[in-house]
Write a protein that binds this ligand. Sequence first.
Ligand code: G5P
Length: 224
Amino acid sequence: MAKLFRAAIMGPPGSGKGTISKRIAQSFGLQYLSSGHFLREGIAAKTEAGLLVKTYVERSMLVPDHVMTRLMLPRLEQLSGHSWLLDGFPRTLGQALALNNLYQLDLVISLNIPYETLKDRLSDRWIHPASGRVYNMGFNPPQVQGKDDITGEPLIQHDDDKPEALMARLRHYKDVAKPVIDLYKSQGILHSFSGTETDRIWPYINSLLSTKMHTQPSDTCQAQ
Ligand code: G5P
């Protein structure tokens, strides 16, 4: 049986994790699990877990580690036998160590995007709250201004994407991510990418994954 490939993508809010993850999942056939999307799904469906995490997510505060690992690790168990990509998990050293106890990652992508770029992107970001679909008025606008492409429902903007809240979020991200980045660096699996445009970073990530997955072939399941 082909060896499974397990990867994670890290980066501050607005760095393009979601955008790049979707491209990786489509191009390389990895199962793709976004912690943010998973949490928002639970919130929209008003599940027990959704109610538990609602206040944190709505304020862009980190969900406590014990809750996050209790939610994410069983999801990964369901993906046993598949290659996968995690977007937004692990985010803290506690989460990384809990994951490490169960799975050895093959590769971690870290996105370094300048603050000014993040600020511009997020202040231009609109969301369909029920599904979590994300639009950017410059980069990927909806077909009809202010409306979700699938449902036609109105799009909203998060208070946390406004510049004053954003600075605090980014500072917090840096502090929390540093030990995680150090851990993956020490394991020799961290690959960092810097730039202001996803389309310019993507070819490098694409080429890295082509090399890594060529030497370590994965299964060919469909992206979610
Ligand atoms: P999420 O969902 O993980 P964030 O805040 O880390 O949320 P976010 O904001 O979704 O991440 P992203 O995925 O890094 O950003 O970026 P994206 O959505 O692809 O791109 C951002 C915007 O820029 C989009 O509008 C996109 O179209 C646009 N864009 C991308 N590339 C370009 C470009 O080149 N040019 C331009 N102009 N635009 C571009 O987590 C949400 C919450 O869930 C909880 C927390 O509360 C978190 O706040 N949570 C966790 N809590 C604890 N532990 C965890 N592991 C948690 N995971 C989630």
